[in-house]
Design a protein around this ligand. Structure first.
Ligand code: HEC
Ligand code: HEC
Ligand code: HEC
Ligand code: HEC
Ligand code: HEC
Ligand code: HEC
Length: 418
């Protein structure tokens, strides 16, 4: 065989080997506890128990509301696993360290008890959990890969950076290894007697140094560095006092685009104070429960959406959901919603922007004193049907201009400052 052909095939073989290696890593080779049966009957009996009682919160190879269950008998003893499934709360209350740890890791979500399951049921369950639906594993791995490619729908964004970093490092390592192998082989081949065209092939070098010095390479590296520095600086800026556009991450991925936009739920249904008081109010978890008692997931998916599970946890533990405030005037100023919405007839969107399109609420206006005053200078008051203003309007009837907010005291310091 010609060296030329065998040489070019080295990288191919190497990458095939690497791919096999990663696929093996991906499917997580583990050894389940030998006490767990892998018989077909046990697995299929376990599967129906699992689907009836556990599938709403668990998957075998993916985190759902609860942890991925495959490999659980590796992480814990069989006895522990059985008593956790039967009554996790009792185990947690007894102070068992493993149980308390996993409970805290899952934000103290309460897993229902399953005292009705017999010992055989539990062993069948474990057989299914450890050996059932292996095809699921590759599907899940592929699914996760897909999610990364699609911008991380299923992967928290903070992991994306790490995953990308690791991928880059792995790629670089592969390059280095390939380079080393090629240079070793070349050196070896040069010491052998060779045919003419093989020699020629060996002479042509792949010049790393040339690439490193090339303009294109410099431009790319500089661009990357600049992009990185600019992004870090921008991120910093947003946390230092620049509040317009402020869009903090909320404890529950609540979407106005979905609720106020797609489902057209009225703002007042949740922001109950808007027409009647100073504050608009953020709804309590009980208002969410009016609907989410019944709606447990999106688009008829089975199981409880992890985001909606957080509402249940808040209600169960009688703890408020800790929404992060987006709009925040300093204490020295006074702003009243009813005055603007009910009396002034100003639309929410005039001040808050297209809320019904926002996945995450951001601060649309600057909320500075100049912003308030500009609007008060320009905006007519709604005098029609408001007896309170009749006299004022009469007084002003000489002037051509309609009555502006400034004419009723909208520029007086004391109106906006305590
Ligand atoms: C309502 C949701 C829900 C249901 C239904 C549910 N679980 Fe869980 N499970 C959880 C949560 C959440 C955790 C994490 C620990 C915690 O918060 O108590 C958990 C933890 C576990 C653990 C510990 C896993 C580990 O890695 O430590 C096991 C085992 C388990 N569940 C098995 C089951 C089995 C078997 C069923 C069905 C018979 C079941 N669960 C039904 C929510 C649920
Ligand atoms: C189903 C309930 C619901 C509906 C309907 C709803 N909201 Fe909200 N709104 C919330 C919740 C919960 C928050 C707090 C979490 C957040 O900021 O996303 C919030 C936050 C806000 C905020 C930011 C508050 C802050 O912290 O400064 C504004 C502004 C707002 N909503 C305006 C509106 C407007 C305008 C509408 C109608 C077009 C509307 N909302 C409809 C539930 C709702
Ligand atoms: C008037 C009914 C109603 C109220 C009140 C309501 N929701 Fe919803 N919510 C829905 C509907 C409808 C869906 C979409 C269901 C679908 O797509 O199948 C939904 C979906 C969601 C989702 C998406 C779940 C996912 O996995 O993507 C979250 C999160 C959510 N709601 C949180 C809340 C919170 C928090 C509150 C309280 C502030 C609340 N909802 C109040 C009707 C409501
Ligand atoms: C004239 C401008 C203006 C209009 C109109 C307006 N808001 Fe606001 N909104 C504000 C300001 C300013 C704040 C910040 C108040 C503070 O920090 O005290 C705010 C805060 C909020 C908050 C946070 C909770 C609170 O009360 O401080 C919610 C929720 C809210 N607005 C919802 C609404 C909804 C819903 C509407 C329409 C029905 C609406 N707003 C109309 C200016 C406005
Ligand atoms: C989009 C226009 C708009 C913005 C922005 C706005 N306002 Fe107003 N404001 C009005 C209108 C309209 C009225 C008149 C309501 C009425 O008819 O009594 C009003 C009335 C008032 C009044 C009562 C004045 C009086 O003499 O009765 C106060 C106080 C006030 N606004 C405070 C504020 C503050 C504080 C801000 C900024 C944080 C603000 N407004 C931003 C439109 C606006
Ligand atoms: C229409 C409402 C409104 C009127 C009228 C108004 N202010 Fe303000 N003022 C605000 C708001 C809102 C803030 C806070 C926003 C900010 O810091 O820009 C503020 C902030 C301030 C501050 C603090 C500025 C800072 O940078 O922290 C001072 C001082 C102040 N106002 C003085 C006055 C004086 C004096 C008058 C009368 C001539 C007046 N204001 C009239 C709404 C008003």
């Amino acid at each position: 065989m010609s060296i030329k052909r065998s040489l070019t095939s080295v990288p191919v073989k190497l990458s095939t080997f690497m791919m096999l290696f990663f696929i093996l890593m991906g499917t997580q080779v583990f050894a389940a506890n030998p006490e767990v049966s892998d018989s077909e009957e046990a697995i299929s009996a376990g599967k129906s128990i699992f689907n009836a009682n556990c599938r709403s919160c668990h998957r075998l190879d993916q985190k759902n509301v609860g942890p991925a269950l495959r490999g659980v008998t590796d992480r814990h003893s069989i006895d522990w696993t059985k008593s956790f499934i039967r009554n996790s709360q009792a185990l947690i209350a007894s102070g068992d360290a493993e149980a308390v740890a996993i409970y805290n890791e899952y934000n103290q979500l309460v897993m229902p008890s399953h005292e009705f399951l017999s010992d055989d049921d539990l062993m069948n369950l474990l057989a299914y959990v450890e050996y059932g639906d292996k095809a699921d594993a590759t599907a899940a791995a592929a699914g996760e890969g897909g999610a990364v490619a699609a911008g991380g729908a299923g992967v928290p964004s903070e992991y994306l950076t790490i995953i990308l970093g690791v991928l880059v490092v792995v790629l670089l390592l592969i390059l280095v290894v390939l380079g080393l192998i090629i240079s070793v082989l070349t050196r070896y081949l040069k010491s052998q007697p060779l045919e003419e065209d093989d020699k020629e092939f060996l002479e042509q070098k792949f010049e790393f140094k040339k690439i490193l010095r090339s303009d294109a390479f410099l431009v790319i590296v500089t661009a990357l560095v600049i992009a990185f520095v600019a992004k870090t600086a921008l991120d910093e800026l947003y946390t230092v006092g620049v509040q317009q556009g402020y869009a903090p991450k909320q404890p529950i991925a609540f979407s106005h685009a979905l609720h106020a936009g797609q489902y057209e739920i009225e703002c007042q249904y949740c922001h109950t104070g808007v027409e009647i008081g100073k504050s608009a109010n953020i709804p309590s978890a009980n208002i969410c429960m009016n609907c989410h008692m019944h709606i447990q997931n999106v688009d008829g998916k089975d199981g409880i959406s992890p985001e909606i599970a957080k509402i249940y946890a808040a209600v169960d533990n009688n703890q408020p959901i800790e929404w992060v405030r987006v709009h925040n005037l300093p204490d020295l100023s006074y702003f009243n919603h009813a005055q603007h919405v009910a009396v002034g007839g100003v639309e929410c969107q005039t001040c808050h922007g297209p809320i019904e399109e926002m996945e995450v609420v951001y601060q649309h206006s600057s909320l500075t004193m100049g912003w308030c005053i500009d609007c008060h200078r320009q905006t007519d008051i709604r005098a029609d049907g408001n007896e309170y203003y009749d006299k004022l309007v009469q007084l002003h009837s000489g002037s051509k201009n309609a009555l502006k907010v400034k004419d009723i005291g909208g520029l007086e310091c004391a109106k906006c400052h305590y």
